[in-house]
Design a binder for this molecule. Structure first.
Ligand SMILES: [Mn+2]
Length: 384
């Protein structure tokens, strides 16, 4: 059983005022070409299909064209919503669309019938769990679960999987221990899910983190984004993952083959560091420019260069940003400066606002308050 694992398409994303739509169109076409040669039975898209909860008409058009072509190629599609998607909007006509082989799951339900595909080794059950918050789980099951691991455990238990069959899960969450050196800003420590929750599955197709990485011999895997979306991703290789499931004996996990397919974008996203002189004196190409990649430039000059960005943009039409590596870096922001910025709030108040914010208004318990007070005392001394 062969399938492709994609995630975090972020269709419609804009990076430094550059629309990524054309790049996304290009890379999705490449993946469609690969589908024609590799002939997978299914395509898994593990959330954050759009970049915004209210995507632009152009973004909607691109995704709808992609899904339509997938369906026309007789490949099954499983798609879940991520934290960037509106689960309500993504559920539009989901049952109707499901009849064409494109299964969209964006709303958590208590019970779920898997999509079942068969091959020579028997059944493969595909389960889809959209991005969930603890409140979603408590609403669906009428529980009062307090952490993400426990919440996800509850979801998995209710899937009632048969461990003597092969089981695949789509999920869009933050697995404890995963590294994210990119722009994903909404993954906080409290959202970690311990990976043991995912271990009953033969393969877990994860989304959420932009950097490709796997756990447990890649059976629990982030395929990463298919394109670079931030300066922090310029050194990453972007890819998608082809998974082939083989034989399963008893309740052991089945044989598996994982292939990472590198993707060449239409325009790369790169970081360049050097003096202004060095950077402008490279050889021009036939179009009279230096490079048409998306470029982040860090200048090593000790003084500001007049109109640096405007001058560089003529040579680098896809210039994303210019910064000075050596100027301003010695600005040590001291704690007293931070206190000036936030002089109306104590560190305790600031943190507790933050905590309420990311837990949807669940205030700290006594133990958490103690830990916070200790940490504040260690940094600032007794806070008055
Ligand atoms: Mn996400």
């Amino acid at each position: 059983m062969k399938f492709f694992h994609l995630s975090d398409l972020h269709i419609g994303k804009t990076v430094n005022n550059f629309s990524m739509l054309e790049e996304q169109n290009y890379i999705l076409k490449k993946i469609l070409d690969d589908i024609k040669t590799e002939k997978p039975e299914a395509i898994l898209i593990s959330g954050d299909v759009y970049d915004k909860t209210a995507p632009s008409p152009e973004a909607v058009k691109l995704l709808s064209g992609f899904l339509t072509e997938l369906a026309e190629n007789n490949v099954k599609v499983l798609l879940i919503s991520g934290n960037h998607d509106s689960s309500g909007r993504l559920s539009f006509c989901a049952d109707l669309i499901g009849k064409s082989g494109v299964r969209i799951n964006s709303i958590l339900t208590g019970k779920q019938e898997p999509v079942v595909l068969n091959d020579a080794y028997g059944k493969v059950n595909f389960y889809s769990v959209p991005y969930i918050r603890i409140t979603d789980v408590n609403n669906v099951y009428g529980t009062d679960v307090r952490d993400y691991t426990e919440a996800f455990e509850l979801v998995v238990r209710n899937l009632n999987i048969n461990r003597s069959e092969r089981n695949v899960l789509l999920s869009h969450q933050f697995v404890a221990g995963a590294s994210f050196s990119e722009s994903e800003s909404s993954v906080g420590g409290l959202e970690h899910i311990e990976k043991r929750v995912y271990e009953p599955f033969d393969y877990v197709a994860l989304g959420h983190i932009h950097k490709a990485q796997g756990f447990n011999d890649n059976r629990i895997r982030y395929c990463g984004t298919q394109l670079k979306y931030s300066v922090k991703e310029t050194n990453q290789r972007k890819s998608y993952t082809i998974v082939t499931l083989g034989n399963k004996e008893g309740e052991n996990l089945c044989d598996i083959d994982i292939k990472v397919v590198d993707l060449e974008p239409q325009h790369d996203m790169v970081s360049i560091t050097g003096s202004f002189e060095e950077i402008v004196s490279a050889e021009l190409d036939e179009n009279g420019i230096l490079c048409d990649d998306y470029v982040y430039i860090t200048l090593t000059d000790k003084d500001y260069i007049d109109n640096a960005a405007a001058r560089l943009r003529k040579l680098y039409p896809r210039l994303m940003n210019v910064s000075y590596g050596s100027i301003g870096q010695d600005m040590n922001i001291s704690i007293s400066d931070l206190e000036k910025v936030s002089d109306r709030k104590t560190p305790f108040e600031m943190f507790s606002d933050f905590f309420d914010n990311i837990t949807n208004g669940r205030s700290m318990n006594d133990e958490q308050i103690d830990i916070l007070n200790k940490a504040i005392n260690e940094v600032w001394g007794e806070v008055k």
